[in-house]
Design a protein. Sequence first.
Length: 369
Amino acid sequence: MEFKIIGKDPESNARAGELETVRGTIKTPVFMPVATRAAIRALSFRDLEEIGFDIILSNTYHLYIRPGTALLKEIGGLHKFINFEKPLLTDSGGFQVFSLSDLCKVFDNGVEFRSHLDGSKHFFTPEKVLDIQKIIGSDIMMVLDQCTEYPVNEDKAGEAVERTLNWASLSVEYWKDRFDLNKQSLFAIVQGGVYPRLRKECAQRLVELDFPGYAIGGLSVGEPKGMYMDITEFTAQHLPPDKPRYMMGVGSPLEILFAVKNGIDMFDCVMPTRIARNGTLYTSEGRVNIKSSGYERDFSSLDEKCCCYVCRNYTRSYLRHLYKMGEIASMIYLTYHNLFFMKNFMNEIHDGILSGNFRKVYKKWENVY
Ligand SMILES: [Zn+2]
């Protein structure tokens, strides 16, 4: 994997780049749609190709539980299973283990948990989650980290940072020993809650381990907005400028813009697809709640400025009707539009940085959202 910065905004830390992987080049800043269980809810991978996404994200924990590594090994990885040949990033499963599974117990060498599905007992070590991601065939793998919830006290956050650092160190050695480094890249994750001292220490010690890329984890987990902004700005400063930076689980237009301004290159979030299924759409004029009775006889398109097939063909009135009826088509159309919006939003940011207009793009969306 190679990361090239092809343009910088003169007034901020925003940068436009190209992340080259064996399976293709990814234009950054990039938004990665989330195919949690090997599928984007309500969309086909053909839809994703049509929208033009360069990379998707899937979840190690979910794939490990179902369909399981034996099946994925048999077919030759997730790309084959879903018949999608573009780059794939998988998280390490850490976040899901800590947030979803029952009876999760942390040890120095890993984490024991019970499946949220059938209660069966499992143990993830830093090495094991890499073995799983090897079978999945992820182009970008993430290290096992210990996530903390919000709020968490500084001592507890500090313990999680120590464990995260220890696991990162084991992971990078294991990766260098046993992987094709060009085919499967490995990113570290900076933890440290809302404590600048811990974030700085975690970032600096991870940078010493020399990973191909760095993620910021444990943000947008319920902390106040000001805190999200302070920690993002502060943490990004401690990451090497020539490596890709990934903000995990963040995906509202304004959060993305703010992070891009501070030098973040990659994003993933379930929010655009989740809110679409609940009838909330991103448009060029702000959020639209299609449930609203005001749209009953609104025969204009969802977003006049959007050229996705939903906006070109269907009225707000019809989309509201589909939603009210609980039609599957409603989920399909609304999800398609929101992901189309995200892709174009990221293109506008990328192009804005390259043409020296990032500030203009920022201001425009700040006024809308
Ligand atoms: Zn549209």
